[in-house]
Design a protein around this ligand. Sequence first.
Ligand code: NDP
Length: 453
Amino acid sequence: MAVTDHVDLPTFIEGVKKRNPGQPEFVQAVQEVAEDIYDFIEDKEQYHSEQILRRIAEPDRIISFRVCWEDDKGNVRVQRGYRVQNNNAIGPYKGGIRFHPSVTESVLKFLAFEQTFKNALTGLPMGGGKGGANFNPKGKSDREVMRFCQSFMTELYRHVGADVDVPAGDIGVGGREIGYMFGQYKRITNQFTGVLTGKGLEYGGSLIRPEATGYGAVYFLRNMLKTQHEDIEGKTAVISGSGNVATHAAEKIVQLGGKVVTLSDSGGFIHDPEGITQEKIDWVKAHKTRRRGRIQDYCDEYKSATFHAGKTPWGVPCDLALPCATQNELLGEDARTLVANGCRAVSEGANMPTDLEGVHVFKDARILYAPGKAANAGGVAVSGLEMSQNSERRSWKESELQQLLLDIMEGIHSSCLTYGGIAGEKGYTDYVRGANIAGFKKVADAMLAYGVV
Ligand code: NDP
């Protein structure tokens, strides 16, 4: 039998760069994972000879399509839509849809790659995918958003399905957009199936889905603190973003007795030293989602706060940091500032918010650092539970779902402890390494069972 030569890590990364020119986000995501996986598989010949990592880092397929729609003035507008189906070794492709001007093939490939490991970590049968379009819902009327979503689904419907690929929301895609897309899917196929998650409760959605990502990121944070005999109560948290993930993370921190002092959006951040209470969080939710306003307006409503235009909140002293906006929003310098200011723990609500340099700063400082693929998996986990409820044609009770979310986040934390230990360093867990290896192992072992496909 021919045995493939082992390719070392630098050569592997060079190959990824060469095969994916102009796709820095994707290369960054693969590099972060590969650093840990190479270490893990060093003495595991089969993973090498079967080229498992090389295969996971090559999406099963990438679908790209034109999305034409008409704005309110009758102008024809053209956008580019995508679905990246990265890997379905352990279940149907699953991952959100993002509508944002920054969407490119590279961004969606990185997200689909990360999603593959994240979904495996939940313990539920879900493969990894991600989709979206370079469409900006900001400033568009409801009718414009509806026409765009319908046009997007008119192309996407042939590539998705309850047992094939089940998209959900992400940046710029919330309940309104999911409703329009589900309506169009149902109209075209004449089928009422669980093809999307994040649906409204009236038509197959699950309780606690909107809260799950933010709450889950805080549960994960609490689990990490527990290993050091610490708790969230009395601690100060700095949070970025002011969308779905950020506001629910803030809510859970407040419920657990912590104090949240910042939120942000792409315009800058607000600092409220008196603390962002539940009442203030409710105001932000209504203002940002229903009124589609800006976080800056918080300062007109609450005089204790100041707005810092064009800045991120990482310079504000804190015990806990939760980046919950977007990728690469926390750079090496920010990470150094957080550590210097005494930050004890970081839990990523967003996907890959910390750049590679920042990741190394957190690891070197030996602080508690949870990567997004572990910390923000609560959202996709409850999406997985929504799929189960749709298949059963039942709706589970909120208390059941809350418990399952807690259990799943605890399970992910345990997996990270199992694989994230560092030889000779008792008591320290490298959560990035733990999450990468635990996620990889599950997908890899399924791929080994299938042979070369
Ligand atoms: P939302 O659209 O609800 O909110 C996104 C927030 O991030 C907004 O406050 C937005 O500000 C801000 N933001 C977006 N782009 C930038 C940017 N380039 N610079 C600064 N701020 C920015 O999205 P979600 O809360 O759903 O998603 C946030 C993150 O969490 C993403 O990384 C997403 O992939 C991840 N995630 C989400 C899950 C979910 O269940 N929703 C599940 C797992 C991960 P503005 O209004 O100015 O655009």
